[in-house]
Design a protein around this ligand. Structure first.
Ligand SMILES: [Zn+2]
Length: 302
């Protein structure tokens, strides 16, 4: 019997997901996740809304994940969509450095282009400068419309701002963008959307064709139609379709750890040395339970 695979989902918006999702993810082998800061559907009108959101990504949500046995990290940035509210964007940019040094912040993200407007361009570039100054990894959201041109432009702007492409994860790739991204030395992440776009069948063929180096699979699951189990499902489909176990481990675990582990905050020992769930724990006097019996696994280390 082979050991169960450990999985990392390096792009998932758990703020919008349920405790059932956390339980299913842990059962499917997900040991660690990265939650990029992003747009919440409802545009924010106050800088305080961003502040509380970022605080939840470094406070409450890592606690909630821990209660289901998953290690939570995040990326902090001003998303492209809300960069178009310039008066607010100015204030948000001021706020970002307060969060970059928090213990679970592994990169600046997700930043980039949505409609490729001048304001998006301005705040993308500003955050790339911050990344270069602070030597931080960057997680780039590529636009869903005009995908190929937007992806190429994102990479060119990163290079223009002096970033090392191996420190930049270009996300939401497809078959049309992957070659350009890999050829330029960037890391190519793929979001597996259920029933559309990059389905997991197509992901198998991408790995068969391009191999596993610098390729990462994620779910980008959020408040829309999405699947928090997309990464483990893709991993098992890859194995069933004859992709080597080594390539599956790289694309669904190791490459994400290498790419986002560079600032030393994301470490394998965080989950290998996990003492197990203890749902008696509290965060600001609050628990995830509603009168249920707490789950306590005790010390897993033998
Ligand atoms: Zn996202």
């Amino acid at each position: 019997m082979k050991d169960k695979l450990m999985i990392i989902d390096p792009h998932i918006h758990m703020t919008s997901r349920t405790t059932d999702d956390y339980e299913a993810m842990a059962a499917a082998g997900i040991v660690a996740i990265i939650e990029p800061s992003f747009w919440l559907g409802q545009p924010r009108t106050q800088v305080g809304s961003f502040q509380d959101y970022y605080s939840s990504l470094v406070g409450w949500e890592p606690f909630r994940a821990s209660q289901f046995g998953i290690k939570h990290y995040c990326t902090i940035g001003l998303n492209s969509k809300e960069a178009n509210n310039e008066a607010l964007a100015e204030q948000v940019i001021e706020l970002l450095p307060l969060y970059f040094h928090k213990e679970n912040v592994v990169a600046i993200g997700e930043i980039g282009y949505d409609d490729q407007t001048p304001a998006e361009d301005k705040y993308f570039r500003m955050q790339l400068d911050l990344a270069r100054e602070l030597n931080m990894t960057v997680q780039v959201h590529t636009p869903h419309r005009d995908k190929k041109a937007g992806t190429i432009k994102s990479m060119e702007v990163c290079l223009e701002h002096g970033l090392d492409p191996s420190n930049v994860i270009i996300d939401h790739n497809n078959e049309e963008t992957v070659k350009e991204v890999l050829d330029r030395g960037f890391i190519a992440a793929f979001t597996i959307y259920p029933k559309t776009k990059m389905g997991n069948e197509r992901m198998v063929e991408v790995v068969r064709k391009y191999g596993s180096t610098n390729i990462i699979v994620d779910s980008s699951a959020d408040w829309g139609v999405s699947d928090p189990l997309a990464v483990p499902k893709t991993a098992s489909l890859m194995l069933n379709k004859g992709i080597s176990r080594e390539d599956v481990i790289k694309t669904c675990y190791q490459n994400a750890l290498d790419a986002f582990g560079k600032n030393g905050k994301m470490k394998e020992e965080h989950w290998l040395g996990n003492k197990g769930i203890d749902q008696r724990e509290l965060f600001n006097d609050n628990s995830v339970l509603r009168g249920q019996e707490p789950k306590i696994e005790g010390d897993k280390i033998v």
